[in-house]
Design a protein around this ligand. Sequence first.
Ligand code: ASP
Length: 438
Amino acid sequence: MKKVVKFGGSSLASAAQFAKAGNIIREDVQRSYVVPSAPGKRFDGDTKVTDMLYGCYAAAEAGEDFSEKLAAVKARYDEIIEGLSLHLSLEDEFAVISENFLKKAGADYAASRGEYLSGRVMAAYLGFPFVDAAEVIRFTAGGEYDDNTTQELMSRRLSKYNNAVIPGFYGSYKDGRVKTFSRGGSDITGSIVAKAVRADVYENWTDVSGMLVADPRIVDNPQPIEYVTYKELRELAYMGATVLHEDAIFPVRQENIPINIRNTNAPEDPGTWIVGSTCQKSRYIITGIAGKKGFCSVNVEKDMMNSEVGFGRKVLQAFEDCGISFEHMPTGIDTLTVYVHQDEFIDKEQNVVSAIQRLARPDTIDIEADLALIAVVGRGMKSQKGTAATIFKQLSARDVNVKMIDQGSSEQNIIIGVANRDFETAIKAIYNGFVKGK
Ligand code: ASP
């Protein structure tokens, strides 16, 4: 068994957090490849090292004196090194970084130093070899992640080691210039390493005990999700449930490697398993509920619409011409409704309306704003009757008016549109209906 373990910023924010991560790694010899993030916030109001680095580089780029800002970054690492009683000096590393800042090595280079230095400290602490991500993760000249080259470079390199520390978040172009993934990208590095070493598990250690059935800011103490499939996760993540960088799924998914989300501060908790497929049933029929506010619906009506070939295309053409992507498009007999993000749509609404008028010649066009969409997701729905009944019974009991219903043909989710003001009430009601049975 081989495990790849990725630790997020909050798991490595201080010496005490580093020590927790160290214990977790040492406790299980299968935890062989370690992907650290840069130290995150130690307390509310603290600054993540990555943000300190961006700030420091902005000063360097503006030709300002950045020495104090860089010294503050160094102090974060020195505190960790001291707290762990390590004999490690980062003087030389910081001299190189400072020189490269003066040479304007780029914001990506600057930000990547957070993970790079975390990796140096972690490797010294564990006694594992350090493998610089810039040597094994490759981007194309166009800035796209190059999986083929990376997998070749990384699997060849890591085959030489039984253990290694590979910093998260960055790689490089062919010419050696550093490039980062988007924010939170260490999750992607972990997934890439897991694929390259054919890991049995990708453990992603963070500060929560996995995913929750609903947003804890809306529902008090929601139940954890034990198993979620990659597909369900995509649907929940799209609707705002965040636990992992969304691109982190793809490398492991290709190899069917399960991801286990774990809590560094509660390592005894089993966390959430993200898997390709499973016969583990969700305890509550549904796996999770997620949603977003801030949608508009554009309702288009035309007599005999359904018999007019190309009507839907013409309506969608109007949105495409105005550069607006649509979320959902439920249809009726003589009506068709297009859901869009309000903030994208608002400035272009009149352009869209006139384009629909010109292209599709409908009888009426109505716009409704301030709507929310809620996704109730669950692989268990397909084989279970009464899922929709539970949802609508709950919503009607709480006086929530349902504006739209959309069930995808995958039968893995039901999307419901409600007014923004009913959003929280609706989520609580659906949660209670399935989880508490009331
Ligand atoms: N340190 C980077 C960030 O703050 C990447 C990561 O933590 O995954 O976004």
